[in-house]
Design a protein around this ligand. Structure first.
Ligand code: ATP
Ligand code: MG
Length: 415
């Protein structure tokens, strides 16, 4: 231990995981791995599971603040704090409280003590009283305020060790990425689909990304946006795969064969079929889109039903009940809004009709698709997909030394 028996650390609390019964250890192991991965480039840290919490021991780490900031993006964390670890004797606790209090000015404070094991000789109330009196003796000008304390000092006593920390802050909540399986998100360059992808990460999914572009019919601006969005989202899941699917030629064929009002739903159905082929090869168990009910013509209940008819995998739409302002706020907090707002000719603008139908019937769709060789178009899209890999933190894991996208082989051809 460093400095007078006090070791700097981050203490992490989870919430939803503690509600799990049988497979809680699995979720916890995943959270522990993700924590270690998230800070792997920031100097020494040792991740330890303790009853009811996880601790990152930062002995010898020069930058605890940077570590704490990284953890703001680790799903599954309910709250976290920069703490000191010490022994559980009263003298050690007092020294740790002094450490927290020193250098701070505060008109009022409270001690919030918890015993994580009941054989500790003092109750939480005893601890609150004794440590409160200790602070008052050193700071006679401060007063105890249980309801609106300017400084709250948390004390958690475990067998053989204790943690003391001031303010803790909320984490993202949810479940650790990787604990709920893999999904494939259709990622445009717009505002909605990055938010939808993130919401699935927060439910514990690892997300692979599929972007349909119209190069060479349009400039590659949408690809560059998709890359930047995946780079940002990968900070939440450490490895990101982006599949770039050439869609311009497919759209050209649709334009030649299908009347304008029907085109958007035909495009969407083709995207879903191709995405499903890619998803199956990468082990994804569901598709994700950024659709929100009624936002645009393709997102009416009628048209969503037409889109779902071609999917065998579930199509998840985490934003379905959100309005644009809520989604935009979320994108701003996620730090994807700026990229999404950059101008690009979205792959559909060139090919999108002014007045898409909001009520495509089964018959109309069947009629439109009868003019196309759907299996050939799907095959061309899936086989044309090129995968790029992103890693976070830079230089972590198998793809050491690269934070840039790298070209990979296209997925194996579909049957
Ligand atoms: P977004 O803001 O995500 O672009 P949007 O409000 O523009 O959504 P649409 O253009 O109708 O809505 O797209 C609906 C969904 O279809 C998107 O959220 C995305 O999941 C998917 N999608 C649309 N265009 C593409 C594309 N070029 N590549 C991948 N997915 C796409
Ligand atoms: Mg869009």
């Amino acid at each position: 231990m460093s400095r007078a028996g006090l070791t700097p650390c981050v203490i992490v609390h989870y919430h939803e995981i503690s509600l799990k019964r049988g497979n809680r250890p699995l979720f916890l192991r995943r959270l522990q791995e993700n924590l270690a991965r998230a800070v792997s480039d920031l100097g020494p840290s040792r991740v330890m599971q303790l009853p009811g919490r996880i601790v990152l021991d930062l002995e010898g780490n020069a930058n605890p603040e940077a570590v704490r900031e990284r953890l703001d993006r680790v799903c599954g964390i309910a709250n976290l704090a920069l703490a000191v670890r010490t022994g559980s004797s009263m003298d050690s606790l007092k020294a740790a409280v002094d450490h927290v209090v020193d250098g701070q000015t505060f008109p009022s404070f409270r001690i919030t003590a918890r015993r994580a094991f009941k054989t500790f000789p003092l109750t939480s109330t005893d601890l609150n009283r004794e440590l409160g009196a200790h602070v008052l003796a050193r700071r006679p000008e401060a007063r105890v305020d249980l309801h609106h304390a300017a400084l709250e000092i948390h004390v958690e006593v475990l067998p053989h060790q204790a943690f003391v920390y001031p303010d803790r802050r909320p984490g993202p909540g949810g479940l650790p990425v990787g604990s709920s399986g893999t999904v494939a998100a259709l990622l445009s360059g717009g505002i909605d689909s990055p938010v939808a992808s993130w919401r699935m990460m927060k439910r514990g999914c690892r997300v692979i990304f599929i972007h349909f572009h119209s190069v060479p019919y349009l400039p590659d601006a949408s690809i560059r946006k998709a890359r930047e969005l995946v780079r940002r989202l990968t900070q939440w899941q450490y490895v990101g795969h982006l599949y770039l699917v050439p869609f311009g030629e497919i759209q050209r064929e649709v334009v030649l064969a299908v009347r304008p009002a029907a085109r958007v739903v035909v495009y969407r159905r083709l995207m879903v079929r191709i995405a499903e082929a890619v998803a199956r090869q990468s082990g994804a168990q569901a598709l994700v889109t950024g659709e929100s009910l009624g936002q645009v013509a393709s997102q009416t209940l009628h048209n969503l039903a037409r889109i779902d008819e071609v999917a065998a995998l579930p199509v998840l739409r985490p934003l379905i009940g959100m309005d644009k302002i809520e989604i935009t706020d979320q994108a701003r907090r996620l730090d994807t809004l700026e990229t999404s707002n950059e101008p690009d000719a979205d792959c559909c603008t060139l090919f999108v009709p002014a007045h898409p139908s909001t009520r495509m019937s089964r018959e109309e769709i069947a009629d439109a698709e009868a003019r196309l060789d759907i299996p050939a178009l799907v095959k061309a899209g899936a086989e044309g997909a090129v995968m790029e890999t992103f890693v976070f933190p830079p230089g972590a894991g198998v793809h050491a030394g690269s934070h840039e996208p790298r070209q990979r082989l296209a997925p194996p051809p579909v049957a």
